[in-house]
Design a protein around this ligand. Structure first.
Ligand SMILES: C[S@@+](CC[C@H](N)C(=O)[O-])C[C@H]1O[C@@H](n2cnc3c(N)ncnc32)[C@H](O)[C@@H]1O
Length: 337
């Protein structure tokens, strides 16, 4: 009798806890709506209201080095746009914070794993990692790309960094030839200097013993089947839509270093050689380091829309010959943290 009443009591407590959490969620949503309304009103006001010429202490305000009171019509337009942008930024941050809070609540309610916490992430640094295998992102090709493609390279580098930070066994990550246009593009991302990543201005040839280097390239006749701990795997920092076909292969041959391709042809039927993006190559390596097989790593990394077929099935791989398997815009959303 006592046992059953205890159970009833426990059930009631659990359900009231769930109700509390639901209430909190509803409250969070309402706050979200209120925030939105608040900023919408704010933008409207910004459109209508007189632009402030002085700060609260009476000092003149400046925009791009010009006193706001002396701005031309077009400069004023830009200034208004900047003010709105600032307001939107705050709005976005507030929304993101609420979204994270909501996600955490829901995950807790459903006993879901949300990945590593900030605390865990702080601990999981390259220096503490059980993985000693190195990966180099070779950024020496910046002169061969139009600014848009160089921007894509850096975006992929950010994704590589995020993936590595989130891993329980991060790889030893290096960026080489980090100078010129590539560095300038990276400067757009605040705080990268503090990342857990090794930046080198020089080439990998000046950093690692030549015999340890393996340039990854889809043109190589060598198929990589295992990742070795003392080796340094180089990924070419290039988005070129196949306009520089074979460039990394040639580079490896010229420099007299080893080269190898990922073993996708071993597991999936391939009509054409398969070129991956920088972050895909890195993610495949990382999954293998974490304990997956190469086959599993390909399956979990490549976008679902890429129709890879298991070997021995006579089916064409749906991708352009030699062009990297680019991800969709949403796949490519900035995922840094
Ligand atoms: C978009 S690809 C660059 C393609 C470029 N045309 C080339 O010839 O290297 C970016 C990098 O990912 C790596 N990569 C792409 N596909 C690969 C594969 N199948 N095997 C090994 N490495 C690959 C290479 O290091 C390559 O430089």
């Amino acid at each position: 009798m006592n046992v059953s009443s205890d159970k009833t009591q426990e059930k009631m407590e659990n359900s009231s806890e769930t109700c509390n959490k639901k209430d909190e969620l509803i409250e969070a949503c309402e706050t979200n709506l209120k925030t939105r309304e608040y900023y919408q009103e704010k933008y409207q006001k910004l459109n209508e209201e007189e632009i402030k010429l002085h700060d609260d202490d009476g000092n003149p305000l400046f925009f791009n080095g010009v006193e706001v009171s002396k701005l031309s019509k077009s400069q004023l337009k830009k200034y208004r746009r900047m003010l709105k942008f600032e307001a939107v930024k705050k709005d976005k941050r507030a929304k993101e914070r609420l979204k994270t809070k909501k996600r955490k609540h829901e995950a807790k309610l459903n006993n879901l794993d949300l990945g590593p916490t900030r605390k865990q992430l702080k601990r999981s640094r390259m220096a503490n990692s059980s993985c000693k295998t190195s990966v180099v992102l070779d950024l020496s090709f910046d002169g061969l790309m139009i600014p848009k493609d160089l921007g894509k390279v850096i975006k992929q580098v950010l994704r590589v960094y995020t993936e590595n930070r989130r891993s329980s066994t991060p790889m030893q990550l290096h960026i080489t030839s980090f100078e010129g246009k590539a560095k300038a593009e990276m400067e757009k991302h605040n705080g990268y200097q503090h990342w857990d990543l090794n930046f080198h201005q020089t080439s990998y040839l000046d950093i690692f013993p030549r015999e340890k280097l393996i340039y990854l390239t889809s043109e190589s006749e060598n198929i990589i089947t295992t990742l070795e701990e003392d080796k340094v795997y180089i990924i070419g920092g290039l988005v070129d839509h196949n306009s520089h076909k074979g460039i990394c292969y040639k580079k490896a041959l010229e420099q007299g270093i080893q080269h190898g391709q990922l073993p996708i042809g071993e597991y999936f039927h391939m009509k054409h050689r398969k070129v991956f993006t920088i972050n895909q190559v890195f993610e495949i390596l990382l999954r293998v380091i974490e304990g997956k097989s190469f086959k599993e790593a390909f399956e979990s990394t490549l976008p679902k829309r890429i129709n890879i077929q298991p070997n021995k099935v006579d089916n064409e791989v749906h991708t352009n010959d030699g062009d990297a398997i680019e991800e969709s815009e949403s796949d490519n959303d900035d995922a840094t943290s």
